[in-house]
Design a protein around this ligand. Structure first.
Ligand SMILES: Nc1ncnc2c1ncn2[C@@H]1O[C@H](COP(=O)(O)OP(=O)(O)OP(=O)(O)O)[C@@H](O)[C@H]1O
Ligand SMILES: [Mg+2]
Length: 353
């Protein structure tokens, strides 16, 4: 993987490091009677990697969907660089927020390069007529897009597979391709929903390096992950979501410390924390049976030994029948002849004997 890329095209008007790029206030998302996200505030500053963790069903992906215009929050407001985000995902992408999905969503029958080119459409000016007429301006724009897409593929380590179909890539590389496609829209904030799910430890480490490299380009990152080691290594700040509510927020050390002192009633969002030791058993252990033979009780009938219990020998079978005394089994003509001597005589007469 190349951790440096020559092009420094970040979203237009990239803010100075430390300024707030994302500001979500009081975000609430209700589905009928279910409140998936409840009054969540979260900020992400430029040049920062923020982690969002929590147990399954905590509302992390729903919160991402609220940020990216897939869901319109029931209550609350999301601002990106001080502007309220429009409730349409393509407008959110154009504003400068890109994302990947928990369940990989690639164009499976398109090549790796084409998938990245799709991600560039918000940054190209060529429209319908330009695509139909295919003038020199169109060819110039297409060549520039291809060059940038190849650069991004090199950045994530997939340049050698640019012509492969996306569906033929291994799982870890499909996740990288999703990241490359998201980067193609030149975002100022990248949202990653479980980027290392299904990856082996080597791939996870490579993904960690890749995210650091993305941050080094001035792109803020908000990442959902269940792998606590990955999150605490990677993030500058971590927020914990439990049952739709933000429980804790702070730097990794603070959040890890909070977990140790959290009451046992709150849901445990940590997968890597070992379970608390079990209390000692209240019941005394069962006494082991003594090996001394018991004294026979009066009136006690001793158990029969195995030999005594063995079945009596079977009565011998009757001797096998000889051919003469065998009763006919078949009901064919020969057996009928044996049973009917009169008929036998009749046959002998016919044969002239
Ligand atoms: N479109 C929807 N309609 C109804 N309920 C939904 C919808 N999307 C999510 N939910 C519910 O909202 C809750 C939060 O789901 P969400 O997918 O955000 O959790 P999560 O924290 O991402 O979990 P995981 O770690 O398993 O991905 C769940 O109870 C889920 O069933
Ligand atoms: Mg999720």
């Amino acid at each position: 993987m190349t951790t440096d890329t020559t092009t420094k095209d970040t979203a237009p008007g990239a803010p100075a490091p430390g300024t707030t790029v994302l500001d979500a206030r009081g975000v609430t998302m209700r589905f009928g009677g279910l409140t998936a996200v409840r009054d969540v505030d979260l900020t992400v500053n430029s040049g920062e990697i923020v982690g969002l963790i929590g147990p399954n069903g905590a509302g992390k992906t729903t919160f991402f969907n609220c940020l990216t215009g897939l869901y319109i929050p029931t209550e609350g407001e999301v601002r990106y660089k001080d502007k309220v985000l429009p409730p349409k995902s393509f407008k959110v992408t154009a504003a400068g927020i890109a994302r990947t999905f928990q369940n990989i969503r690639l164009f499976a029958n398109m090549t790796v390069l084409e998938n990245v080119l799709v991600g560039r459409h918000t940054r190209t000016k060529e429209g319908f007529w330009s695509a139909i007429l295919r003038g020199p301006g169109f060819h110039r724009a297409e060549a520039a897009s291809r060059a940038r897409a190849m650069e991004l593929l090199e950045f994530v380590g997939l340049d050698a597979k640019a012509d492969h179909l996306a569906r033929n890539l291994p799982y870890g590389e499909q996740r990288k391709l999703e990241i490359a496609r998201a980067l193609a829209s030149e975002p100022g904030l990248l949202l990653l929903d479980e980027p290392t799910a299904g990856m082996n430890p080597q791939e996870t480490r490579a993904a960690e390096e890749l995210i650091f490299a993305i941050r080094d380009q001035g792109i803020a990152v908000l990442v959902i992950e269940h792998d606590m080691r990955f999150i605490f290594n990677l993030c500058d700040r971590v927020a914990v979501l439990v049952q739709g509510q933000k429980l804790v927020e702070g730097d990794p050390a603070t959040v890890q410390g909070t977990n140790a002192s959290s009451p046992p009633t709150s849901a445990n969002p940590w997968r890597t924390t070992p379970a608390p030791p079990k209390p000692p058993r209240s019941r005394p252990p069962k006494p082991r049976p003594s090996r001394r033979p018991k004294q026979p009780q009066p009136g006690h009938r001793p158990r029969r030994t195995r030999r005594q219990r063995r079945k009596p020998p079977r009565t011998p079978r009757p001797a096998r029948r000889t051919t003469d005394d065998r009763t006919p089994r078949s009901r064919g003509p020969q057996s009928r002849l044996r049973q009917d001597p009169g008929r036998q005589g009749h046959l002998l007469q016919r044969r002239g004997r």
